[in-house]
Write a protein that binds this ligand. Structure first.
Ligand SMILES: *Cc1c(COP(=O)(O)O)cnc(C)c1O
Length: 554
């Protein structure tokens, strides 16, 4: 093969070599696919070291087919997220229009650093930013945003803006003041990590206590902030939760904004501490803002409606904050990476690159250059193009249908499990779609609530019982005896003496999930539990897809 044959022929503009390669790869990978199974066949049994041992760069060119065949084996063990039995995490299947559009756009290899070479493709990003600004209720002409490398980076952008607002010249000068950022005990671990990346250290992130609903306790937080300010530290902003990863907890946004404004008055601050909402998951509930809950045209059940309405009420308070993050690769059903950082006042985005703000009306083809303030220089178009496709293809009702169905089926799962005495749902109150539960039998007939009062040994036995059932399910999945794949959240809770309690986590994301299918999966679990209870004392797992995380009991 000539080297130029690896590229599209510029004279004929034929796309068939590309689609043929995709079809060839698909045929090869299909050998590993059992449509009923959540995971692809073929596992890497060996260590990564032995996998790598004989790998070398070939001396001479090889045909795409040869290499695609090799590559196809690396798909082994991958999860098919669209399979409704997949209930592992907030990892959606990517929608086809987004995959098609982003894959096709790579023929033009657009660099989203600036518009000149991408033609109008970079306008897709501006368009998504406008649609999102309107969705949250901001003035779209004054708002701005940027796609970046993950939800983690959206938080990183927020903390950086917070530092620049509070300390002014942090781009030229080293930070010499003690600063602090507020998040909560329920905040994502990356809130701390980004403080490390920004050089202000993990310790500058204060995780404030939460109330019994897992939400920021405003009174306690305000006291803490005052103490820190009075001790000479600089208040550099807050990262509020806009839907935590599992429980979908949203902090009281209005109260937090009011508190911030009070503190500005009280301490006569010459800046307004930045408030960001980490809504990388919860943003999708914004689509329900103008859903007619009385008419209920999508026919959600009453319980689903109440939960969606409540969450929508709280997430829509984001119109009052300074910035938020949205992951299209989570609740937007887009391919990785599609994270959007949105800021209400465009000037703060430009200030990240020490640039003067450019008004929207001044932007035109030839002068739009996000690289001037973005963290990345060269930047992929996958995020913006995918988000553009998802928003325009699904529309508001499509998103409502997707998200509403997750909640509806989640409620169904909870209600059904509650009918069985051997199962206990531990997060019935959650407004998210995830179901957390534990299993019991005569020996371990414990109310989850009472675990806190049990001895360390009793808790460990109970936790082990649940953990080994999880391994048992994993093994059955490997043998294709069950179709459902759930996860296990190892450190979900802690007893007063710090014993970690693990719980089952059913995090369904597939658009194909229905109550009828959920019934099948529930029955699989009921059956498996009956079998497990008979053999649990001798049970040793030997055939699991991967060595699961250690059974954490510290
Ligand atoms: C997933 C998640 C993040 C991190 O986002 P990435 O896209 O994985 O970088 C941050 N915050 C919350 C609440 C998340 O769920």
């Amino acid at each position: 093969m000539k080297i130029e044959d690896y590229f599209q022929d510029y004279k004929t503009n034929k796309v068939s070599p590309l689609t043929e390669m995709i079809e060839y790869l698909h045929d090869e990978v299909s050998d590993l696919i059992n449509c009923d199974a959540t995971r692809l066949e073929g596992r890497l049994q060996e260590s990564y070291e032995s996998y790598l041992f004989n790998k070398k760069i070939p001396e001479n060119s090889r045909t795409p087919k040869e290499v695609l065949s090799d590559l196809s084996r690396n798909f082994g063990g991958a999860i098919r997220w669209h399979n409704p039995g997949s209930m592992i995490n907030v990892n959606p299947p990517a929608n086809l229009p987004a995959i098609a559009a982003s894959a096709y756009s790579m023929l033009f290899n657009p660099n989203f650093a600036q518009d000149l070479s991408t033609g109008s493709l970079l306008s897709t990003e501006l368009e998504v930013i406008k649609l999102m600004a309107e969705l949250v209720g901001w003035d779209w002409k004054n708002a701005h945003g940027i796609f970046t490398f993950g939800g983690k980076s959206t938080n990183l952008h927020a903390v950086k803006i917070g530092l620049q607002k509070a300390l002014k010249n942090t781009l030229d000068k080293p930070i010499k003041k003690d600063v602090f950022i507020i998040s909560t005990e329920q905040g994502h671990p990356c809130h701390t990590e980004v403080c490390g990346w920004l050089g202000i250290g993990y310790e500058s992130l204060i995780k404030v206590p939460v109330d019994s609903f897992g939400m920021m306790d405003i009174e306690v937080t305000e006291k803490l902030i005052c103490e820190n300010i009075e001790n000479g530290k600089v208040f550099a902003g807050m990262l509020l939760n806009g839907g935590t990863t599992i429980q979908l907890t949203v902090d009281p946004i209005n109260e937090a904004v009011d508190m911030r404004d009070r503190l500005v008055q009280k301490y006569n601050l010459d800046y307004s501490p930045h408030i960001h909402v980490d809504a990388v998951i919860g943003w999708a509930w914004l689509f329900f803002k103008d859903y007619d809950f009385c008419k209920n045209e999508l026919n959600f059940s009453e319980k689903t409606l109440i939960k969606i309405a409540s969450l929508t009420n709280r997430i829509t308070q984001m119109d009052r904050v300074d910035s938020f993050g949205a992951d299209f690769h989570k609740t937007g059903y887009c391919p990785y990476v599609s994270s959007l950082f949105m800021v209400k006042d465009r000037k703060y985005l430009y200030e990240l690159g020490k640039r003067d703000s450019v008004e929207l009306e001044e932007l035109e083809y030839g002068n739009y250059s996000p690289f001037e303030y973005s963290l990345e220089l060269s930047r992929s178009g996958t995020g913006p193009i995918s988000a553009y496709m998802a928003l325009h293809c699904f529309g508001k009702n499509g998103f409502r249908e997707l998200i509403g169905n997750l909640v509806e089926v989640g409620e169904y799962l909870k209600a059904t499990l509650k009918l069985n005495k051997e199962f206990e749902v531990v997060n019935d109150e959650t407004e998210g779609s995830v179901t957390l539960f534990v299993i019991k039998n005569e020996e371990f007939n414990i109310n989850y609530q009472d675990i806190k009062n049990m001895s360390k040994e009793e808790v460990e036995d109970f936790a082990k019982y649940n953990y080994y059932f999880y391994l048992y399910l994993l093994e059955k999945q490997t043998k294709h005896e069950v179709k459902v794949v759930m996860d296990y959240s190892s450190g979900f809770d802690k007893t007063p003496n710090n014993t970690k309690i693990g719980v089952f986590k059913a995090y369904h994301m597939s658009p194909y999930i229905t109550k009828e299918l959920m019934d099948i999966y529930i029955n699989e679990i009921y059956q498996a539990k009956k079998e497990f209870d008979k053999i649990k004392d001798e049970y040793q797992p030997y055939l699991v897809a991967h060595k699961p995380r250690q059974f954490v009991l510290r």
